[in-house]
Design a protein around this ligand. Structure first.
Ligand SMILES: [Fe+2]
Ligand SMILES: [Fe+2]
Length: 171
């Protein structure tokens, strides 16, 4: 049996209430990058937390907001292409609203969640180093998940490029 490291213990202490929350557990049943949204959120949160500690950033807020960054219940598997595009751009707003319904969020945590899709979504530009960190880690984790889920990655990328272009042209 794998021994839990001190850093893992510290991390769990910070996010335990979220991981155990009935509403948050619902995202275990939602497919995300071919895997599930709960595991994706934990990965983004935990890797961001470790890097935040390394660079002496606000690791507490990074861990919590990283975990909540995709906390919304829209299931991409059952919606139209148009709705998918809308969700891709607007889900940071949905996640911020949903997370604030169940958890108390600081201004920095709100910014981390709201800006995590920049520049694909221009809902918000990251204001803090912690927001940039979660943004970059989310992208890296998402790319790895898309590859490991064996879905056609380039189709996804071309979708994203189209949305970026539409956003840029304000269409
Ligand atoms: Fe997201
Ligand atoms: Fe994400």
């Amino acid at each position: 049996m794998k021994k839990i490291s001190n850093i893992e213990k510290q991390y769990i202490t910070i996010v335990n209430d979220i991981l155990d929350h009935k509403e948050f557990k619902k995202i275990k049943n939602i497919t995300h990058h071919g895997l599930n949204r709960y595991d994706h959120s934990v990965r983004v949160s935990y890797y961001s937390y470790k890097i935040a500690k390394l660079f002496r950033l606000d690791s507490y807020e990074v861990a919590r907001a990283g975990l909540l960054h995709d906390f919304f219940l829209v299931n991409n598997e059952v919606i139209s292409v148009k709705e998918k595009m809308n969700t891709l751009v607007n889900h940071p707003k949905y996640a911020e609203a949903y997370a604030s319904k169940y958890f108390i969020l600081s201004d920095k945590e709100r910014d981390i969640i709201r800006s995590h899709m920049f520049p694909i979504s221009v809902v918000a530009v990251p204001k803090y180093a912690e927001s940039w960190l979660v943004n970059v880690i989310d992208n890296a984790v998402s790319i790895c998940e898309a590859f490991s889920s064996k879905k056609v990655y380039f189709l996804r990328m071309s979708n994203i490029m189209i949305i970026v272009l539409l956003n840029f042209l304000k269409l």
